[in-house]
Ligand binder design. Structure first.
Ligand code: NAD
Length: 491
């Protein structure tokens, strides 16, 4: 569909909305119809220079602003977020394709992260010890880093920026957001809410663009730290480049999440949990179930119940109340997922069930797919597909199931379904994943706990949320002090 009349999104730099400084743009279509909603400017290196300079200028006064005052300013932002939550959720649906209830949930999680940042006056408290030796005291305090760049993915266009910006800003940093070029409208709304909250100019900035704009930020000498969430290859590149220039960097990457179902699991509860984990947000979640490992003899019953649900899943626009699954983000992504499905069939997995797609929408609707008899070495079991494709592996014991799951190069999340506490304990001890669910399909920690995976699901240390995020956005300073009596040595 022609994009010429569609609005070009603006950058938000130093408290001012700046039009694009060039002609290069990318279309931003609604994935449910492929109608163009807007055009995203591909900002130049010059614009990146300007935005980093603005953030640098804003840093000294903002970092010197008392912490309770910083928290008060952010409380206004949090208030505006809550007022606009429903509208933000609708924007997420329009640009990302989630169902409205999924989008509302994601906005609530973002709100929770913004709320957690309000506890900065408590979180940022240091530690001290008097008389480490006679008359000598030691005190450690936490200090902001400077300018933080946040680079975010398409799949949570409100939540992931809100993992980053409020905490970075509460800690006294200034912030530059480079949102996904495939879901940039939500970032526009977030910037407007920061503007309305009365933050000083330059404390929060927004620069649009794709990989090259993000790479320019990562390489920029005026950027002190990079928070990244996205695909594994980009995460690795961002981590390597940022670390090479001495920047602090946390890059959350891809995932391949395994759900183990034991024979004693309550299938009436387990099957809906698996369905919502695998097919919620059309499988475009870093916590999505991708592989179910059925420990025999549960396989037949589990697969037949899952197959019935997959066939009955109702696809449609996220704004229609009856829709249970929306489209995937882009037509080219749909094609990539379809290629994984063909590859699965070629590799010898059994395609058990597919769902139906709505007619005549023009959107990227991809029927959900269930594979059985997948083997752990197959691409279906190893590669991140990021779409509505669920694979079932059959295992003979919990130990074998854990071994299959631990062969993954990723380690974002994993869950077990069982009624047996000892099995659950063994699973949570031995599974190599950062986020673990016991009878939970999507083990997403609340914002006051650390959100981070293991192995190839993360490059860097600490975590995107929780107290660890405060540690990421600050550095410690330790002061060792001794005070002499008046009059000096001879006095
Ligand atoms: P993506 O890697 O394509 O893009 C993410 C961001 O990186 C975008 O802003 C993009 O412009 C930018 N980018 C792309 N190439 C870059 C480069 N070479 N240098 C710097 N920046 C670059 O990811 P996506 O498709 O938008 O998001 C989906 C991916 O994100 C999935 O792999 C998913 O697992 C992952 N994800 C992970 C988590 C997590 O917590 N681990 C959370 C959400 C999403």
């Amino acid at each position: 569909m022609a994009a010429a009349g569609s609005p070009v999104l603006a950058n938000f730099v130093d408290g001012v909305w700046l039009p694009s400084d060039g002609d290069a743009t990318l279309d931003l279509p609604d994935p449910a119809t492929n109608t163009i909603l807007a055009r995203v400017p591909l900002s130049s290196d010059r614009l990146v220079d300007a935005v980093v300079a603005a953030a640098r200028r804003a840093f000294p006064p903002w970092s010197a602003t008392p912490v309770p005052e910083r928290a008060r300013r952010l409380a206004r932002f949090r208030g505006r977020l809550e007022e606009e939550a429903e509208e933000l959720a609708r924007t997420v649906v329009r640009e990302n394709g989630k169902t409205l209830s999924e989008a509302e949930g994601s906005v609530r999680r973002g709100l929770e992260a913004a709320e957690f940042a309000l506890s900065a006056p408590t979180l940022l408290q240091g530690s001290s010890l008097r008389d480490v030796s006679p008359g000598v005291d030691v005190e450690t305090t936490r200090h902001p880093l400077g300018v933080v760049a946040g680079i975010t993915p398409f799949n949570f266009p409100v939540m992931v920026p809100l993992w980053m910006a409020p905490m970075a800003i509460a800690c006294g940093n200034t912030f530059v957001l480079k949102p996904s070029e495939r879901a940039a409208l939500s970032a526009q709304s977030i910037a407007r809410l920061f503007e309305e909250s009365g933050l000083p100019p330059g404390v929060f900035n927004l620069v649009h663009g794709a990989g090259p704009t993000a790479a320019a930020l990562v390489a920029h000498p005026g950027v002190d730290a990079v928070a990244f969430v996205g695909s594994a290859p980009a995460a690795k590149e961002v981590y390597t480049r940022a670390a090479a220039t001495g920047k602090r960097v946390l890059a959350l990457a891809g995932a391949k999440n395994h759900l183990i179902v034991l024979p004693d699991a309550d299938l009436d509860r387990t099957v809906p949990a698996i369905m919502s984990s695998a097919f919620g947000s059309a499988g475009e979640r870093c916590l999505a179930a991708s592989v179910v490992i059925a420990v025999e003899p549960v396989g037949e019953a589990l697969v037949s119940q899952l197959a019935a649900k997959v066939r009955g899943l109702h696809l449609g626009s996220g704004l229609e109340p009856e829709s249970e699954m929306g489209p995937v983000i882009r037509a080219d992504h749909q094609q990539r997922v379809e290629e994984w499905i063909r590859r699965g069939e070629r590799d010898g997995a059994t395609l058990i069930a597919t769902g139906a797609t709505p007619e005549g929408t023009g959107g990227n609707f991809l029927a959900p797919v269930l594979f059985d008899r997948v083997r752990p070495e197959m691409a279906l079991a190893q590669e991140e597909i990021f779409g509505p494709v669920l694979s079932v592996i059959r295992a003979t014991s919990l130990a074998e199931a854990i071994d299959f799951a631990n062969r993954s190069r990723f380690g974002n999340a994993a869950s077990v379904f069982t009624r047996d506490g000892r099995s659950a304990r063994e699973f949570s001890q031995r599974i190599e994943a950062g986020m673990v669910g016991i009878n939970i399909g999507v083990p997403a920690p609340p914002a006051f706990f650390p959100f981070v995976g293991w192995k190839g699901s993360v490059y860097g240390d600490l975590a995107a949320t929780g107290r660890e995020s405060m540690l990421f956005y600050t550095r410690p300073k330790t002061v060792v002090s001794r005070w002499f009596p008046p009059g000096g040595a001879g006095g």
